[in-house]
Design a protein around this ligand. Structure first.
Ligand code: FAD
Ligand code: SF4
Ligand code: SF4
Length: 453
């Protein structure tokens, strides 16, 4: 896919890949073999009729293509951009055996973008089919998907969202150059057309609890509050000025639009040299954002090798193209500051790989005497997130697992409290957009079953 030149794009927050034009989309769609068994569909957690929508693109029936996709996916422009397709639908495409699967995600993006620019809304409101109020907590991909499926079944679905905007990580985490926010808002607006009501600035656990909502007549609950609590390394120096959690850094940049300062009143100071600790999508997004905010040198500091990096291959590739440098097999052990409390250095140890750990990846083992220093102005910590306890602490008797995530049934999303369901990152820990959406769909189906008795 055509994309912005790396030298240019590091100076702006515009989207990197341009997306297919009509001719490119039709040509790519023509490569699909329309397999009878369609293994690609099984690779998609929301089971989009992939051959169906690709055939519609091939035949230039773009409106049909988006209608087919929207039967099971309410966020196609989002998924077409950020789904790890290489590990899902495209991985099992029969053409993947020859190393060149159909670019399913890019075609999905094309259909969604065509619809946004040319189509009429294909959503409608389903009225009065089923009685019952359902409360969804969190307007991220899991909550929005669940609420929209419930609304389509005729339920009165209300989403309670802590922030002032919908989308969850799609809005506060993933940067504009990967996922423009007007695209997220348009897809959420379409979800609202189905009858979903979103209440903003509404922290469940503070303003109301599940018990008070139950008293108000809500018959079931879907907790989709994500994994928004950042982990730190617990090394000396993490309190110096210039140390950010990736969560805070990205929220300032994306949700609070620090990249448009002073038009938006959100300051952010990245300095000249920035170290980002971690190597997942969150780390790549932080590093690439820091570069665009004017840092001269940005480093990824990761304790394992490139092979074990959890980020999408595309994101690693884009980061490399943009000049991000990688310090691999490296673990920070201390952050050093000056007398004014500003970050000055990161002290690190070199590692070698040992035996595999519980994740199956080889464990990094520090090499004795390998200590070295990196001069830094800013350190961004992107080593993972856990569940935010604000809501969970107010639900008496709810079973959690050993990581503090909600213990919900994998298939039904039901918890040990029968009217409470949960899904997305709050159950699995930090995962993917499409996995969260898949959970939202399962939950909607099972909430319907539960309410109907
Ligand atoms: P979230 O998206 O976290 O949404 C939870 C929502 O609940 C939030 O809006 C939050 O404000 C709200 N909330 C929390 N507590 C309360 C409360 N008490 N009351 C009311 N509301 C509450 N995945 C991919 O597939 N591809 C990617 O490229 C990708 N990149 C990522 C980049 C970053 C920077 C991050 C952080 C994650 C990325 N992910 C990516 C992961 C993906 O975004 C998440 O797995 C997904 O968003 C989880 O969805 P969710 O609905 O469970 O939670
Ligand atoms: Fe593939 Fe994701 Fe689209 Fe499903 S939603 S078809 S997994 S890109
Ligand atoms: Fe087309 Fe690949 Fe799916 Fe076959 S497996 S229908 S070639 S996308």
């Amino acid at each position: 896919m055509r994309e912005q030149d790396p030298k240019e794009r590091i100076k702006n927050f515009g989207e990197v890949p341009y997306g297919y034009n009509k001719e490119e989309a039709v040509a790519e769609a023509s490569r699909c073999l329309q397999c009878k068994t369609a293994p690609c569909v099984g690779g998609c957690p929301v089971e989009i009729d992939i051959p169906g929508f690709i055939l519609a693109i091939k035949e230039e029936r773009f409106s049909d293509a988006i209608s087919i996709i929207k039967r099971t996916n309410n966020l196609p422009a989002v998924c077409g951009r950020v789904c790890p397709q290489e590990d899902q639908c495209e991985k099992v495409c029969v053409l993947a055996h020859k190393g060149d699967p159909v670019n399913i995600g890019s075609l999905e993006r094309f259909a969604a973008d065509w619809y946004r620019e040319n189509g009429d809304s294909c959503e409608t409101k389903t009225l009065g089919v089923k009685a019952g109020k359902v409360a969804v907590i969190g307007a991220g991909p899991a909550g929005l998907t669940c609420a929209s499926d419930l609304a389509r079944m005729g339920y009165d679905a209300t989403v309670f969202e802590a922030l002032h905007k919908p989308g969850g990580v799609l809005t506060y985490g993933i940067p504009e150059f990967r996922l423009p926010k007007d695209i997220v808002m348009k897809e959420v607006a379409d979800i609202e057309v189905t009858g979903v009501e979103i209440k903003y600035n509404y922290i469940i656990g503070k303003i109301k609890t599940i018990d008070t909502l139950r008293d108000e007549g809500y018959k079931a609950f879907f907790i989709a509050s994500g994994a928004g609590l950042p982990y730190f390394m617990n090394i000396p120096g993490e309190n110096y000025n210039g140390v950010y959690s990736a969560n805070e850094f990205l929220t300032r940049v994306n949700l609070m639009k620090a990249y448009k300062f002073p038009e938006y009143d959100t300051p952010i100071n990245v300095g000249k040299k920035v170290a980002v600790v971690g190597a997942g999508n969150v780390a790549m997004d932080s590093a690439r954002s820091a570069l665009r905010l004017g840092a001269e040198k940005v480093y990824i500091v990761y304790r394992r090798t490139e092979k074990e990096m959890p980020a999408r291959i595309d994101e690693i590739h884009h980061a490399e193209q943009e000049g991000i440098e990688f310090h691999l097999l490296t673990s920070p052990v201390e952050i050093v500051g000056d007398e004014t409390g500003e970050v000055k250095k990161l002290i690190c140890l070199k590692n070698e790989l040992g035996e595999p750990d519980s994740s199956g990846r080889r464990r990094p083992v520090a090499i004795e005497g390998s200590e070295f220093e990196l001069e830094m102005d800013t350190v961004i910590i992107a080593i993972g997130n856990g569940p935010n306890p604000v809501l969970l602490e107010t639900i008496e008797g709810l079973n959690l697992n050993k990581w503090g995530n909600i213990d919900a049934d994998e298939n039904t999303c039901q918890t040990n409290i029968e009217d409470i369901f949960a899904g997305g990152d709050i159950v699995t820990g930090a995962a993917t957009v499409i996995a969260a959406m898949g959970a939202g769909k399962h939950a909607a189906k099972n909430i319907d079953k539960y309410i109907r008795g």
